[in-house]
Design a protein around this ligand. Sequence first.
Ligand SMILES: *Cc1c(COP(=O)(O)O)cnc(C)c1O
Ligand SMILES: [Zn+2]
Length: 429
Amino acid sequence: MNTTPRPDHVTGMRCTLCGKTYLPGEVDYVCPDHGNEGILDIEYDYDAIGRRISPHSLARDKTCSQWRYRPLLPVLPETPAPSAVVGWTPLYENPRLAAAVGLDTLFIKDDSRQPTGSLKDRASALAVMKAREAGADMITTASTGNAAAALAGMCAADGMRCTIFVPRSAPRAKVAQLLAYGARVFLVDGSYDDAFELCLAAAAEYGWYNRNTGFNPYMAEGKKTAAYEICEQLDWQCPDAVFVGVGDGCIISGLHKGFLDMYRLGWIDRLPRLMGVQAEGSDFLYRCWEAGADPVSFPAIRAHTVADSISAGLPRDRKKALKGVADTDGAFLRVADQAILSAIPELARATGVFAEPAGASPLAGLHAAMAQGLVRRDTTCVLLVTGSGLKDVDATIKACGAEPPIISPTMGALRDVLGKIERNQNHKR
Ligand SMILES: *Cc1c(COP(=O)(O)O)cnc(C)c1O
Ligand SMILES: [Zn+2]
């Protein structure tokens, strides 16, 4: 048992399997009775929180980061946040995309604009703070890429060291980020699931602070700030449905937690439907949800998708993710890689937001939900764009088809090529 001090608004950590509650400091990450499956959920004293923060106090708060919600986060008041500015990303309406999809109202929440280009910064910033509180000097994580880039970036912004395990198939841009931020990186010759197991073993052996998704109970707490921002940016009107790409299920569980927090505090009067979008080749949660199966015993699949950030054969937060969808009357949607790839230019051309495949997957999921009648024209929807298109340019070039023509730097050459293009278009008409 360690003596890590406990923020006084955190009342406990409850095992999502057996319901047993622990005090922070009593256990490190998971329920000792249930090993890696015993993911803990942080519990709060909402009366105490309600005395410290409210929509009214927030209206006067000039903090333009997720730390405006600090009284709702499981950190000590004195722990410094990394210097990078995380959160408070823009939410905006896009009537053009709404019309194209067949909706009256559609919002984009653009988390591609986080410091390291993905929503994972919300969790990784918190991980660095929890590691500081625990007195650690090294943090580790396995990741399909973005959690690693986020951890490396937040560690750089804090002067903390980290050791990263990513599958060797991780997109080059994500690996480049790791190198630039000065992380110690291992490219694992295996899948994300293999990297995860190796990272857990290494953390146990070397005593590193463990940021792994669906293991460290604080990560969903960082991700929940996206839910707060959506509601505050909509003037405390809850949207009807939120679409998000789902791999391990930590983001969607975090969103559920965030909306629940606000509901318990009386800031919103209902929860939005959580719509989890999975790739056809990484559809564990979709299958489990459709079969009404127990996610804990459901067998792992072999995941393969162009959307590397939502590739997970055994989603770590599967239990919380299924509960989030079930409790909000939401749905899981399964979309083909081709639909995800087409969503990249569709989103970019209608909104100016350039997403990586997993970040564009909510738009593919929205199309599927419309086709299935799960949302109607008057359903107010939010697409959570979780990662930047600059993370994976190969996927985009694939999505957009032909490469641009190469021309000599002369007007003659340009006239020639433009003429050809026009003749082609006339021909097609
Ligand atoms: C991690 C990630 C997701 C999926 O989050 P999970 O918690 O694994 O479900 C979606 N999109 C992007 C860009 C991500 O990095
Ligand atoms: Zn337990």
